[in-house]
Ligand binder design. Sequence first.
Ligand code: GLV
Length: 317
Amino acid sequence: MKKVLVTRKLLRSCEDKASKLFNSHFNSNDELYSQKKLIELSKGYDGILSSLTDKIDKNTIEKLPETIKIISNFAVGFGNIDIEAAKKRGIAVTNTPDVLTDATAEIAILLILGACRRANEGINWVKKENWKWSSDFLIGKQLTGSRLGILGMGRIGRAVAKIAKSFGMEIHYRNRSRLSPEIENGAKYHESIKSLFSVSDVLSICCPATKETKDIINKETLEYFPTGAIITNVARGDMIDDDAMVQALINRKIYAIGLDVYKGEPKINPEYLKQPTAFILPHLGSATKKTRTAMADLAIDNIDEFFRSGTCKNKVN
Ligand code: GLV
């Protein structure tokens, strides 16, 4: 039986499944392993089932034992792993696409609604118990008829588009390549981010974190948006220059933001907490029982497939 180090606690049924297939080491206290501890613990193991909280950088990869042949990331994103360094060492890296698309799109829509309809301010008022209804109390922005820009029209972006369309939003997008008319389904493609941002009453960031997308929302690009736009992010915090974003909220260039992901999370830029117009969640995109079970099962299946066939359809490097 292959030996697999599972870095974070999984749902019970998933750990049961892993136990049947591998000689597995589980993390019952759900401790966050340091890079040093991860390297130490992987001695004698054939594979690692990692999570997005494990920073498996070049230095860590170079120190992993020779026996490690696969890192199966329990996430669709894999920015936490240096996939090129892994490739050089002959370590396959896999991810869990598809299974979290709908759950993440739901959170993307929650962020859009929460930011547009001033949910954070509303919750704060309810807690104070002294709110007074009036015809202009907490007036927000309605989705019907507004333009939604989607940055990254992959699986999640397309799922967001589908739901947003049913709210009566007009869909615009920017993607590395234009989609076929059938998949576009009426969404308008933009050749540049400037063109996309300039028509985005609301933006939903759904693209992967790459060198090209790092800080794509910055002081300069924030100027491209219509004044009073709303920006939401369900992908990765890397895409946003937080200082520029906070400033844009303060000077009302940006009306509100909805964020589920942050640079350096769980430590987030403290300024976000001070902004009443920031509707913020703690990285809940895939957090449903159905989805987390499917993700862990797929991460396990990826390892199984890899050891049986020497490769895996969800290999990313
Ligand atoms: C969640 O953020 C994921 O990448 O799966």
